[in-house]
Ligand binder design. Structure first.
Ligand code: NAD
Length: 516
């Protein structure tokens, strides 16, 4: 690893917090240690919220909501526009903090902040387009329409691997929709959350008309999220994380009839067909499978390759896996940073051991730089060649492992592609129109995202993001996802002097003209 000239993460973090307007001293005396995966060292100690503080945060957000819902939506958009301006100014600094806290390479962290800016820009436009339908009424002299109203307090629970962008997908839309926010970020990335919240508060100060308490932060582990899940004032909980988290949270929300927007795990696959451009497929596969050290929900984890092209494609991939630059994510040239922590490393090694017990051929997967960095977990990404899709390939292991499996019949490849619990993202590489269209059809990929000739990761904010089955069913970001953050009222207006009932029902108690 050629990163010895880079400052220790703890030292660099202090400088960044200062630049972002956070009292670095206040981030040193808390009960929750924050570690940088770059070295494993503690870079801050933040204070976690107890139940009383979390409940107070919800109460303040609820009070703010009652003011914010009366602010016209285009005015609400102005706050989001100012927030995007703060993000533009702080882009480098915030991205650097994401790299220090989540271990992403700098280019990907910059991409994450850009994604926040993009969703803000989208939301600003949307603030003038929160439109409903007008609907033909069957009754003369009547009109029907839909109105969309602010929903209430929106709770946002986020994962470590997108420590700011996922919150921004929710927050930018929720704010223009007239909602208040309570955010419970991952306990592994609270500093990015503190910095993001500080930038929003700067925007609010410039805006001048945002009610106090409009955006709240609850720092802590999973217990800190409990009030969000339980409190009836939180009308929507948007929760991003593992399927296990979704399984715990969803029944509690259902119990109190709150809305749930669940963005959970993925076990994403690609099919490479005989007509595919192999150089293009190899580049796409390399980024989708190894980028972010395999720690994206949309990471490519399973690869079905037609047997006619299996040998040349796998030869290219084996070489790529052996040479991909792993190291300090701040160092120029690094493409793969560390795993988030020891648990992620252990889960990866357990999966590889299981694959080896099934006689898989494994390239890579070993731990790197352990002598220099005993508390950090760098790994060479692993390419695992399986004769058939086995149980280990059917599970999500949140690490850079790609299972390559040969196929002969296209229908069989699609069947295996869909034969997993998750249904988040998917790709096909082909220049055969029939294969591409079949993959996108009702008989094809069963995922929320299905791509042609690009990998399954790296979505743009314009489209709806989310997946089916154990991936949770939620949709966030573009398209019409804003509707999740509002409540719909159907209005029927009678502008006649009569009172015809729908479906021709008669209920003439008074007789025409006899009523008082
Ligand atoms: P995680 O489930 O461990 O934690 C995610 C968040 O949920 C954290 O804030 C955590 O404190 C909280 N949490 C965990 N259990 C909870 C519970 N029982 N009640 C309330 N809150 C709880 O996930 P992680 O390790 O941070 O992230 C990795 C996982 O997230 C992977 O499975 C990945 O696929 C998934 N993910 C999904 C998306 C998506 O958009 N679909 C995006 C990013 C990550």
């Amino acid at each position: 690893m050629t990163a010895s000239t880079l400052p220790p993460p703890a030292q660099e973090t202090r400088g960044l917090l200062l630049e972002l307007g956070i009292d670095a001293a206040a981030a040193q005396d808390g009960d929750l240690p924050v570690r940088s995966p770059i070295t494993g060292e503690t870079i801050a100690r933040v204070r976690s919220a107890d139940r009383a503080a979390a409940t107070q945060a919800i109460a303040e957000a609820d009070a703010a909501f009652r003011i914010w819902r009366d602010t016209p939506a285009p005015r609400r958009g102005e706050l989001v526009r100012l927030f995007a301006a703060e993000l533009r100014d702080a882009k480098q600094t915030l991205a650097r903090l994401i790299t220090l806290e989540a271990g992403k390479v700098v280019s990907e962290s910059l991409g994450e902040v850009q994604e926040m800016i993009d969703i803000c820009d989208f939301a600003v436009g949307l603030s003038r387009q929160l439109h409903g339908l007008t609907i033909a009424s069957e009754r003369p002299g009547h009109r029907m329409m839909e109105s969309w109203h602010p929903l209430g307090v929106v709770g946002v629970i986020t994962a470590f691997n997108f420590p700011a962008a996922v919150w921004a997908w929710n927050a930018a839309l929720a704010l223009v929709c007239g909602d208040a926010l309570v955010w419970k970020p991952s306990e592994k990335t609270p500093l990015t959350a503190l910095a993001t919240q500080a930038l929003l508060m700067r925007a609010a100060a410039r805006f001048q008309h945002a009610p106090d308490g409009l955006s709240q932060l609850i720092i802590g582990g999973r217990d800190a999220a409990a009030p969000l899940v339980e409190d009836h004032r939180v009308r929507l909980v948007s929760a991003t994380g593992s399927t296990a988290m979704g399984r715990a949270v969803a029944p509690q929300l259902a119990q109190r009839f709150a809305r749930a927007l669940l963005e959970l795990g993925g076990n994403n696959a690609a099919i490479v067909c005989p007509s595919a451009s192999l150089p293009l497929a190899a580049r796409a596969i390399a980024f989708a499978a190894m980028g972010t050290a395999g720690q994206r929900c949309t990471t490519l984890r399973r690869l079905f390759v037609h047997e006619d092209i299996y040998a040349p494609l796998l030869e290219t991939l084996r070489a790529a896996y052996a040479s991909a630059p792993v190291g300090d994510p701040r160092a120029p040239g690094t493409l793969i940073g560390p795993l988030i922590d020891r648990a992620a490393h252990d889960a990866m090694q357990a999966a590889l051991a299981e694959a080896r017990s099934e006689h898989a051929v494994v390239t890579g997967g070993e731990r790197l730089f352990a002598e220099d960095h005993p508390d950090a977990c760098y790994v060479r990404p692993a390419l695992v060649e399986l004769a058939r899709q086995s149980e280990i390939a059917r599970r999500e292991t949140f690490a850079p492992i790609l299972y390559a499996i040969p196929y002969r019949e296209f229908d069989e490849a699609i069947r295996q592609h869909n034969d997993v619990a998750h249904g988040l993202s998917s790709s096909i590489f082909t220049n055969d129109l029939r294969e591409a269209e079949l993959f996108l059809s009702a008989r094809g990929s069963d995922c929320g995202i299905a791509n042609v000739n690009i990998g399954p990761s790296g979505a743009e904010i314009g489209g709806a993001f989310g997946g089916e089955k154990d991936s949770g069913g939620g949709r966030e970001a573009g398209s019409d996802c804003w509707r999740a953050y509002m409540r719909r009222a159907t209005n029927t207006i009678n502008f006649s002097s009569d009172l015809p009932l729908a479906q021709g029902v008669a209920f003439d108690l008074f007789g025409k003209g006899a009523a008082p």
